[in-house]
Design a protein around this ligand. Structure first.
Ligand code: ADP
Ligand code: MG
Length: 408
């Protein structure tokens, strides 16, 4: 029996990790390539480490390194020295956040709204700054840049996440105020895509993507809408292709993306979330899908010995981007082929059918049973004030129940 140890590098979240552990347990041993395989899951502890030690993990799902640097450095070590497979690649996710994703997408011909980067309001507290800036920082007129980008616009951190420091700005006075408040953060100005038809949030895990209708202005628990036909088939496919493209381009495997659809055009606005929201109280109906996809993709990587690529191979994308004879749609089809090849989409499908034919049933049973219900109740109790527990448990139970019924 081949054993594969999967490490979960976690913060305080308890919902998806426990669901993942339970589903893997229920899945049991798996046949692949004429051999029996067993997946084991363990939570990772942060501790001092000898740079030469050999970790026991085959694969690690990272949810912590985006803000805590002890595990971040541990991930770099196990990626560089031990070939451990990581969701996500710590090198590209930390070096290349939102700003790089915008640059890449613009380079590839995607419809990123007009976006500018401006120097900090409060520059770095380094004694070198002032003499350097006196020599080399060109003065700039913020209002003129605002006028070029056009109102309304968004002023938001270049590496943002979780809406921190994001302001919507309607006027030059508002821009000056928001910039003053931005302090030490490095900011983008981005033209607003207003009066849109739909806001789509897609969650991607390996070569699987779920595109969900999202209402960004509602409270957290009510943002993801259960709506299966909110995009035309063409736009739905376009959003999936853009998500897969960005992920394959940067070697990201567990990421969420935001696309605004207006006048039938897809405008990507947020494409780099190293630790995407998978809370049961956010995803609700889609939560079992996410757990299933995560188990399937991690099983595929571990059992087939897929190698994580630390380096990137961007030229094939640039070659397509630079072809003057191709339309946007043709380029997107080309990118999709590259991205599918990167994620081994075809092998993945064969693997799912051959090695994991029972996974979906396991997840449906789990979602219908007491185990997940207990997890839901506990998560609601931790997330919401006491007087809302009953209402939210009923609400999410209803949504999870309707997912189970929809599976036939
Ligand atoms: N260009 C834009 N047009 C319209 N809405 C935007 C735009 N940029 C940001 N927003 C709104 O602000 C929210 C937060 O911005 P986003 O870029 O997603 O930052 P974060 O990385 O913090 O999630 C988005 O979910 C969206 O509702
Ligand atoms: Mg966002």
């Amino acid at each position: 029996m081949a054993r594969h140890l999967i490490g979960l590098l976690l913060g305080t979240e308890e919902d998806w990790p426990r669901a993942y552990e339970r589903v893997v347990e229920r899945l049991g041993p798996v046949e692949h390539g004429g051999e029996r395989h067993e997946l084991e899951v363990e939570r990772v502890f942060n501790e001092p480490f000898d740079l030469r030690y050999r970790p026991r993990y085959d694969l690690v799902i990272d949810r912590l390194a985006w803000w805590y640097y002890v595990p971040r450095e541990w991930l770099k070590k196990i990626a560089l020295m031990d070939g451990v497979y990581l969701l996500n690649n710590p090198f590209t996710f930390q070096a290349m956040e939102k700003h790089s994703a915008y640059c890449a997408m613009i380079r590839l011909g995607l419809k990123v709204p007009e976006t500018w980067l401006i120097p900090h309001k409060q520059p770095p507290a380094n004694p070198r700054f002032l003499p350097t800036a006196e020599r080399y920082n060109a003065p700039f007129d913020l209002e003129e840049i605002g006028a070029r980008v056009g109102y309304p616009l968004y002023l938001k951190p270049f590496d943002g996440g979780q809406w921190v420091g994001v302001s919507r700005v309607e006027s030059p006075e508002g821009l000056v105020r928001a910039y003053d408040e931005s302090g030490e953060r490095l900011m983008h100005l981005q033209r607003a895509v207003d009066g849109f038809e739909v806001f789509a949030r897609s969650l991607s895990i390996g070569p699987e993507t779920m595109v969900m209708r999202f209402e960004p202005d509602r409270p957290m628990h009510d943002r993801y809408q259960v709506d299966h036909d909110f995009l035309s088939p063409e736009t739905g496919a376009e959003v999936v292709s853009i998500s897969r493209l960005v992920n394959a381009f940067f070697g990201w495997e567990f990421n969420s993306c935001e696309t605004i659809v207006k006048g039938g055009e897809a405008y990507p606005i947020d494409y780099a979330n190293a630790s995407p929201d998978v809370a049961i109280t956010s995803l609700h109906y889609y939560f079992p899908w996410a757990i299933e996809a995560l188990v399937r993709w991690t099983a595929f990587c571990a059992l087939t010995g897929r190698q994580m690529r630390v380096s990137l191979d961007l030229e094939p994308y640039f070659e397509l981007a630079d072809r003057d004879d191709l339309t946007y749609d043709e380029k997107l089809r080309g990118y999709r082929e590259l991205a599918d090849a990167y994620f081994q989409a075809e092998e993945y499908e064969h693997f799912s059918e051959g090695a994991l034919p029972h996974l979906h049933e396991v997840v449906v049973e789990y979602a219908a049973g007491d185990d997940l219900d207990t997890l839901l109740v506990e998560t609601v109790q931790e997330t919401f004030p006491a007087h809302e527990h009953e209402r939210f448990v009923a609400h999410f139970r209803g949504l999870l129940g309707s997912w189970v019924r929809d599976q036939g």
